[in-house]
Design a protein around this ligand. Structure first.
Ligand SMILES: [Zn+2]
Length: 188
């Protein structure tokens, strides 16, 4: 992202999306680590309903401190007295599909000159887009759609609900469109 550093005046919105288990948080952490190496201190926001209250974690176990907030726009207050290590900073949102005001926050932050990195599900298990993500993709400079490995060794773009439990690992499964359609038909 060296190019971004040179032309960061206008800020930037990057969206990382895809189904469950596609490595969205891992990709976000990779970008944030690079910023840390460059001496920046990113702010990471997560919704209160997520797995953790004070950190994000990839499936590989890599972690970074995060702040839980129900509103993405809370970042606008947080940056007022925040020391980025430079005039412009980096704000990341994980599980970003749960922030109703994601678009408003991302645009305001980017217009203020910051790099905004958004990671979240693009669709729910019925195949409908999560509106905050869809809207933010529409104004983003860069959209990365990740895929997972599905049950038929396919490139999984969808998330199917395969059980009734609340446990994440047992309830959700990434699938290609064809497998997902069959799973929906079976009513699982
Ligand atoms: Zn498949």
């Amino acid at each position: 992202m060296h190019g971004w550093r040179n032309q960061r005046r206008g800020g930037r919105i990057e969206v990382i999306c895809g189904p469950m288990f596609s490595g969205k948080t891992e990709e976000m952490l990779r970008r944030l680590r690079r910023e840390q190496i460059a001496g920046r201190r990113p702010i990471v926001l997560i919704p209160p309903r997520g797995r953790y209250e004070d950190k994000i974690e990839s499936r590989q176990g890599e972690q970074m401190a995060a702040v839980a907030s129900s509103r993405a726009c809370a970042a606008l207050q947080m940056i007022q007295e925040y020391d980025w290590g430079g005039p412009y900073g980096v704000v990341a949102f994980d599980e970003a599909q749960w922030f109703d005001d994601l678009l408003e926050a991302a645009v305001a932050l980017a217009n203020a000159g910051h790099r905004v990195i958004v990671a979240g599900l693009d669709m729910d298990y019925t195949g409908r887009p999560f509106l905050p993500m869809a809207l933010t993709m529409g104004v983003a400079e860069q959209v990365t759609k990740l895929t997972a490995v599905g049950r038929c060794d396919c490139e999984a773009t969808h998330t199917a609900r395969v059980g009734d439990g609340e446990d994440e690992g047992g309830t959700w499964e990434p699938m290609c469109r064809q497998c997902w359609k069959e799973a929906c038909r079976q009513g699982t």
